[in-house]
Each structure stands twice: as C-alpha cells, then as structure tokens.
Write a new protein. Structure first.
Length: 174
C-alpha cells in the first residue's frame, strides 16, 4: 500500500511541476563518473522519476537551482563526496548481487566429503562458498575434485562437482 502512495505522490508532484521536472534531471546534472560513483544508474526508471520529481519539487520550494550560488554548490559538493565515499565502501565489501555473474570453474583441494547444509567449500582460487540448502550427497568421496559454480535465477548460485549429478545452492562467504 505504501508503494502505491509513493507512486501517486510522485506522479502528483510530476504533474504539478512539469516544467521544473523537465528542466531539472539528476542524470543531466551529474557527470558519467559521478553517476557511476553514486550508483544512480542502478535505480529503476520509476525510482529515478521519483528522485527527479523530488529534486524539482525541492528546487521549486527553496527557489534554488543546482547552480544557484555558493550555498547550493557546497551542498552539491557535499552530496557528491558522500556518494563517492559510499561507493568506495560498497566496493570494499562482498556483495553477491553485484559480483560478476560468470560461471566459476575450479577445484576443491583436499578431501571432498559431499554436500551438507552449512558446509563451506574452499576453492583452489581462494574463494570460499557456503551451502545454504539441505541438499545432501552422502557417500561422496574424492580428492581435488573439479567444481563448477554457476549463477541461477534471482541471484542464486549452484555448486556441482565432477562425477555427481546433484547440485547444491551456495553463497559466497569470501
């Protein structure tokens, strides 16, 4: 219900100030590097439209435009710096949803003893993956087995080892 209210309010704001909404768009006010650093490109079209409507409404209420003087310039510079710091902090943490969606082929060095919920698998490339589902592979034994981790739908990753048809849902730990 709240989402519907947000959309209705954003629509009303966009209709109430169409000139301001058309002339003031966050995407045109930022450079490509700033858009990338702040993550504005990851927003959906609806979210961007709501942000632009809010920005236009804010500018109309305060009578300020992005180049409206030293006070506005200082706030813009401060917001850009905050966005840059946030982007740097995000880049330093593991975010599975933002990592590469390419399949991984490696080996599990040492002894492989099958699947089990909560079990961690360290690959030869240094990545550590933890099993998140209840899939079991009892009686599986092997040493230095080849492993493939491939992406699935909705951000899920699947681990499969050579010699077995069963796969387990995993998430990257580090």
């Amino acid at each position: 219900m709240r989402a519907i209210h947000c959309i209705l309010i954003a629509s009303a704001l966009a209709i109430a100030s169409p000139v301001a909404a058309q002339s003031l768009r966050i995407e045109t006010e930022m450079s490509a590097a700033e858009r990338s650093a702040t993550g504005i490109e990851r927003l959906t079209e609806t979210e961007r439209a709501q942000l632009n409507a809010w920005l236009a409404d804010r500018a109309a209420r305060t009578g300020a435009a992005p180049q409206g003087g030293p006070d506005v310039d200082a706030r813009v510079a401060e917001a850009r710096e905050a966005g840059r710091r946030e982007a740097l902090a995000d880049a330093q943490t593991i975010r599975p949803a933002r990592q590469s969606r390419e399949p991984i082929e490696s080996t599990i060095p040492g002894t492989f003893q099958g699947f089990g919920q909560g079990r961690e698998f360290t690959l030869a490339n240094g990545q550590v993956w933890k099993q998140t589902d209840t899939t079991t592979l009892a009686g599986a034994r092997g040493s230095d087995v080849a492993a493939r981790i491939r992406p699935g739908a909705l951000g899920v990753w699947w681990l499969q080892v050579d010699g077995y048809n069963r796969q387990a849902k995993v998430e990257r730990v580090r």
